[in-house]
Design a protein around this ligand. Structure first.
Ligand code: AGV
Ligand code: CA
Length: 367
């Protein structure tokens, strides 16, 4: 750049110098109600977060439904943000993983939630959603035959800068990337923020039914229980040393989705995102009647909120964690403190719950 250029008054540049650039983020989710609310939260904060890709895993959802909801929600928020606020959100790839590890499948009643969400009126306003699939770009150097998980890896490999990775489902896709691309992938991960595990609290996998010999709560949290081998490969990976932040039940237990939390969205009912989040949460509040571990929490939304606002949470740093993968043990999928561990992960422990709920109400008013 020439000297005369640098002397020129730079009104635009000086404004942008005071505001940090949005952080590039990829969301790897599995289509639960809160996964999709987490996507809404990220989309509603374009000044803080630049979504560069989303991948959907067939785990706590049926993948085609969750893909449709992700696509419709993205088109709705993008188009409405442009029309109502003049805010331009760059289009980004939305991928479907072909991977699936059904050792302990999520219950069918939970997996159908994304199908219900696909029918929400707030996601079916013609001017915001018609043609939503055509809005979705592909990852450069991939084609229709590239499996979603490989295109997901390519998002990182082709990125000029490290990306924050937010994972709100099982760790199957991330384990694939580490196994297939190793350090080339890990070097492009700025941090990996994971919803999963239960360190100092009980798990949330509840065994019941006529075929269960020993009913009751297990030590595992569901995302880890579904694919413990992948969870171990990621959480204990030397390649990701110092980059893993875990949002286990220790943190997420502080953000229940109650009727009071849900009804608050009625104040902003003129807004599409408020209608989307409020109606989605309304499908879950009956679970608070079930007692510990049975209720619904903003698990994944809290995890995504950290990417938007890193001041929300205090971490216990460098906690050595081991993941139990022995399928013959009742503790399968447990994330235990392991004092012999080589290195640890940061575990979210102290949450500003009020500030978190406020963030969701602010996001609700975006469009
Ligand atoms: O264990 C929490 C994880 C989160 O990623 N999921 C739901 C969130 O998306 C599994 C889960 C636990 N209890 C559930 C779950 C419930 N009652 N309904 C649906 N999913
Ligand atoms: Ca999830």
């Amino acid at each position: 750049m020439s000297r005369s250029n640098s002397k020129r008054p730079r009104s635009e540049e000086s404004t942008s110098a005071t505001q940090p650039r949005p952080v590039p983020v990829v969301l790897d989710h599995d289509g639960g109600v809160d996964d999709l609310v987490a996507l809404a939260l990220l989309l509603a904060n374009p000044s803080k977060v630049e979504l560069v890709g989303v991948i959907v895993l067939d785990a706590d959802c049926y993948v085609n439904d969750a893909y449709r909801v992700s696509g419709k929600l993205t088109s709705t928020v993008r188009r409405a943000a442009a029309a109502k606020r003049g805010v331009h959100i760059k289009p980004f790839p939305i991928l479907k993983s072909t991977l699936s590890h059904g050792g302990h499948p999520f219950p069918h009643e939970w997996r159908v939630d994304a199908k219900k969400m696909d029918d929400l009126p707030s996601l079916n306003v013609p001017k915001w959603t018609t043609g939503w699939e055509a809005d979705i770009p592909t990852v450069p150097n991939t084609d229709a035959n590239t499996p979603g998980e490989e295109a997901f890896a390519q998002l990182f490999l082709q990125s000029p800068e490290p990306i924050s990775l937010c994972v709100t489902g099982p760790l199957t896709n991330v384990a694939y990337c580490l196994k297939t691309h190793g350090a080339a992938f890990a070097d492009k991960v700025k941090e990996v923020v994971i919803m999963g595990g239960a360190v100092d609290v009980e798990g949330n996998v509840f065994l019941e039914g006529p075929d269960v010999k020993e009913p009751g709560m297990l030590a595992a949290e569901w995302n880890i229980y579904w694919d413990a081998v992948s969870a171990k490969a990621v959480i204990e990976s030397p390649l990701l040393k110092g980059k893993v932040r875990l949002f286990s039940l220790d943190a997420t237990n502080h953000v229940p989705v109650t009727s009071a939390v849900c009804q608050e969205f009625g104040k902003y009912n003129d807004s599409l995102i408020a209608q989307f989040i409020g109606s989605s949460w309304a499908m879950c509040t009956h679970l608070e009647l079930g007692g510990y571990g049975k209720g619904y929490y903003a698990w994944d939304v809290l995890t995504a909120a950290h990417v938007v606002d890193s001041g929300l949470v205090e971490f216990e740093p460098n906690v050595p964690i081991t993941v139990e993968i022995d399928p013959t043990k009742r503790s399968e999928g447990q994330t235990r403190r392991d004092l012999t561990g080589a290195h640890g992960v940061d575990v979210a422990m102290k949450i500003d719950a009020e500030r978190f709920y406020m963030m969701t109400y602010e996001a609700a008013q975006f469009v």
